[in-house]
Design a protein around this ligand. Sequence first.
Ligand SMILES: Cc1cc2nc3c(=O)[nH]c(=O)nc-3n(C[C@H](O)[C@H](O)[C@H](O)COP(=O)(O)OP(=O)(O)OC[C@H]3O[C@@H](n4cnc5c(N)ncnc54)[C@H](O)[C@@H]3O)c2cc1C
Length: 353
Amino acid sequence: MFLYSSYKQFTNKDIIEFLKKQGLDVKEERGNRIFPVTDKSIDVLNCFIKKLKELNIKIYLNEKVEKIIVDNIGDTKKAIAVKTDKQTIKADKIILATGGKSYPLTGSTGDGYKIAEELGHNITKIKPSLVPFEIYENDIKKELQGLSLRNVQIEFIDKTKNKTIYKDFGEMIFTHFGVSGPTILSGSAHLVRYKNIDNLLKDKKIILKIDLKPALTKEKLDERILRDFGAEKNKQFKNGLDKLLPQKLIPTIIRISKIEPQKQINNVTKIERNKIIELIKGFEIQIKDFRPIEEAIITSGGINIKEINPKTMESKIIKNLYFAGEIIDVDAYTGGFNLQIAYSTGFVAGKTN
Ligand SMILES: Cc1cc2nc3c(=O)[nH]c(=O)nc-3n(C[C@H](O)[C@H](O)[C@H](O)COP(=O)(O)OP(=O)(O)OC[C@H]3O[C@@H](n4cnc5c(N)ncnc54)[C@H](O)[C@@H]3O)c2cc1C
């Protein structure tokens, strides 16, 4: 709801239009995702630089903002200047858009939170979001790192209530520390806001359940396995899943199933087959923790939205001070939504007079 007004004032169509006007065409890829035709993010940045130059706006680079200076006029506090490590710049209006705390490599080190806090703003809890997960199972980390899965269904479950926290379909990847990839990152955005999540993770109560063959019911999967086994009757069981699963995954499935890998396929029992089906339809991993904020694509938390006017992005505490982008306590999925938040709130903050 908070973003409704700013989004309406500057939509995804508006940003595409803006880029086109600056001479940059865009293309649409899978999942309605928009990219510059050149596939280079620098070209998007250059559109903004071009526009700033056109408007004769001065850019100070390599200069760290330390503080926003405020004047007290009666009961009203008014932002009047920006103090950097090199100078003090007077301004009629100031927009604080220092980003979040994630990926500090890109310059967003969380400075803006301290600056806003000093001015009386409240910062909600800062946490990593759109971030990979560490898992408890060392065997799985060792055996499966680098394995990328497509067209799987993933489900994060709170075992204390048998409640699905998040379910998705698509891609994921195993890493040396645990799990990552688009579906996992989206799941993290839900888990970060889930009640009591830190304790649940510590108590090993958060499970990632992967359905490796979501298009097949258990019955259909059994038929498929029987068909595959029928064609390989005299082979060993360890060679019987070659057509069904990625090579890298087979030894892990066999290990967890506890079925003798050398067993002749002919001798695999129905109970053993069911065990394989259960594993393929519900491969379970225990989630240990979020990866650190340095590896998170976005920051969850930020300036409390109750302290910002959603129509103008002006601070309700300090007059003439505005906020835009990830510094605000708003975050969204991957897919361009976070960039759109930055564009829309930035537009509104910039146009307000
Ligand atoms: C690897 C990666 C991939 C991403 N992919 C996507 C994606 O596909 N889709 C999507 O929607 N979002 C994505 N995001 C998130 C998106 O980039 C951010 O949400 C968005 O850039 C936020 O914009 P912003 O202007 O608020 O902050 P930022 O882009 O972080 O910009 C903040 C700027 O403020 C500067 N700054 C900070 N402190 C100071 C200071 N004290 N003085 C002076 N300058 C300062 C920083 O140097 C930086 O240039 C991705 C992020 C990362 C890290």
